[in-house]
Structures are given as C-alpha cells and as structure tokens.
Design a protein around this ligand. Sequence first.
Ligand SMILES: [Zn+2]
Length: 387
Amino acid sequence: MSTSVIIDPVELTKSLIACPSVTPNDAGVLQELQTHLEKIGFRCTRMPFAEEGTLSVDNLYASYGEGSPHLCFGGHTDVVPVGNPDSWSHNPFEAVIKDGKLFGRGAADMKSAIAAFTAAASNFINAHKFTGTLSLLITNDEEGPAINGTKKVLEAITKNGEKIDACIVGEPTCPKQLGEMIKIGRRGSLTANIKIEGLQGHVAYPQWTLNPIDALTKILNNIINLKLDEGTEDFPPSNIEIVKIDADNTADNVVPQTATAQLNIRYNVLQNEAGLKKILSDIADKELSGSKYQSQIKFRNSANPFLNKKSAFTQKIKAAVDEVTGLDSVFGTTGGTSDARFFKDYCEVAEFGLIGETAHQVDEHVEVKDIQNLAEIYEKIIIKYFN
Ligand SMILES: [Zn+2]
C-alpha cells in the first residue's frame, strides 16, 4: 500500500471549508475528505446514525495498518451557522486567503486541523514502515447534540474489534499563539432544571396563594452561595451559573402557579454527578420542608470530568509541539466540552489544535503558517508515537 500522495494541508482546508457543513448537513465534506484519505490508502467506512427525536448524521471512520499500537485522530467536520453572512468580510464558505490569514467557517474549529492531520498522515506513510494502526474518526455531529456522532462510532468500531490505544483530538486549544496549550482534561457539565409549584391566585389576596417565586429564589440564593471546592493544580474551582429563571406569567396581578430555573455546573475531578445531584436536591428539600410547595429537579449530565495527567503519550505531544514552535507548551483543562469526553472511556486522549480565538465568530480565521506548522507537529507526534 505504498503511496506517494502529497496532501497540501492548506488546499485541503480550503476544499473542506467550501462545503457548508452546518450540523447536521455534511454538504459533501465527508466525501471530500474520504477521497483524499482513500488516495493515501486509508480504508474508509461511512457510519450514519439516527435515533428518534434526532436528525440522522453521517460519520467517517478511516484506518491504515493493523493491530496495535493504534493512534486515532478525533475530529468533526460540522460547523456552527455563520450568523449574518453580510457581517463577514469574505464569503464564509470561500476560504479566502488575505494577508497570510485563511478566512472561513470552520477554519479554526476545526477543518484546518483535519486537513493538517491528513497531510501529516500521508507524509508519515510515504516515509515510514510501521506496525500498528493509524486512524481518523470524523463526525459531522459535534457542534449539535453529539448523539449520533463520535459516541456511537466508538461503540460500533469497538464491537467490530477495533481497539484504540491513544487519541489526539484536533480541537483548537491555543489561546493566542500556536503551541501554547495542550489540553489533557476537561471539566464535567451538569445542567439542572428546578421547578417549584405553588398556588396561583390574586396578588391582592396573598393569603390565598402560595408564591413559587419566593421558594425558588431562596433555593437559588443558597445555590449561588455554595463554594463547591477550591479547584486543583490542573482545574479551576467548580462553578455554578444560573442561566434561566421563568414564572410563565403574562399578568401583572396574578401570583403564578409555577416558577422554574435552570443552572449549569462546570465541575472538576473533585466532584461527581451523583454528589452534585445530592447537594442540589438537599438544598431544595431543606428549603421546602414543612411547606406545601411541590418541587421537581431534572438533571442532564452531558460530560464527566477527566484528566490524563502527563503520561508518556502527552509528553510526546508536548515534545512535538515544542520542537516545531520553540515554545514551552503548558497542559490545560480550560474551555467547554469536546468529543474527548467520549474517547476518554476507550483510550488515552489529549487535545491539540490551532488558536481558538475566532472559533464560532464572524470572520473566523487562522494563520496559513499555523496550518502548515500544525501539520508538521502532527507528523512529529505520529513519528514519536510509532517509534
Ligand atoms: Zn470544535
């Protein structure tokens, strides 16, 4: 399966951006990538998934070689909507290069990284014989509900006998400069919806009502004054934010029947889902005990926290990053969730990619030079991994 296919990461980035793959539509982007990977010699399998209440999403699993060790690249081709296209300096799907910058939706998050890894893989395969497996797991469902994407592909390929040992996720990880930060963990995310039911009535006759807002605000006050922990060496303190309060009341002279609030907790490895649920439930129970209020809390835990502390794998990534950029990169855990939360149940995982500053923004862009350097970094990571 030797090949001499040369992939230009910048050209491939441009052709991926040209597909307007706003979640869940892949708009041909997976086929575009697959064509290049097949030229290199990757075996490609498309894995569409659907389930009730969600839109069908396509995914691509591509592998080269056999057995262990198995290094996988995790990425997503879907992008967030462009917002008002007139606010952009260039057509967001034209991948215009100006003053050394490549503009387009998905430039930072994260089509450039997929192109850079594909170029790195082709260079590596051209120049090295290796034992093991090199793969790419690319979903078009990361920016959306992430139900029919990476999680299901991992389940399916594992059933098929694939065993990934290590994964690098290509999300943008650097705040300002390529090479500043490698992410070795992420916080967990728990959403809670609190609903309090009281008794509706006339505001002028409060003795015949039971105002659910009174109870809800007392509960919320206790919650925002919670100090969950002080954080760790690798994580900031766990944080609670109230994001919605509503009483569904259209009148001025009515005490509402119900009041609801929603909050989100981004939590570190000192907390866990069950413990946090208990803390919130206990606060509500204590506040309402002996009253006639009814309460209900619904929870949705979308990610558990994890930390892949300075392993041989993450040290290899750091060495590759530092060699190319000349920086002394740091290991971080900041930011939102990513598909690393799914990989971590199967293998070692770390994240490294471009500068995230303009991700999801109008005029999203990256430095062309950074795409080329990222390809070089990925190639070094692959070489160090299989060495
Ligand atoms: Zn992303």
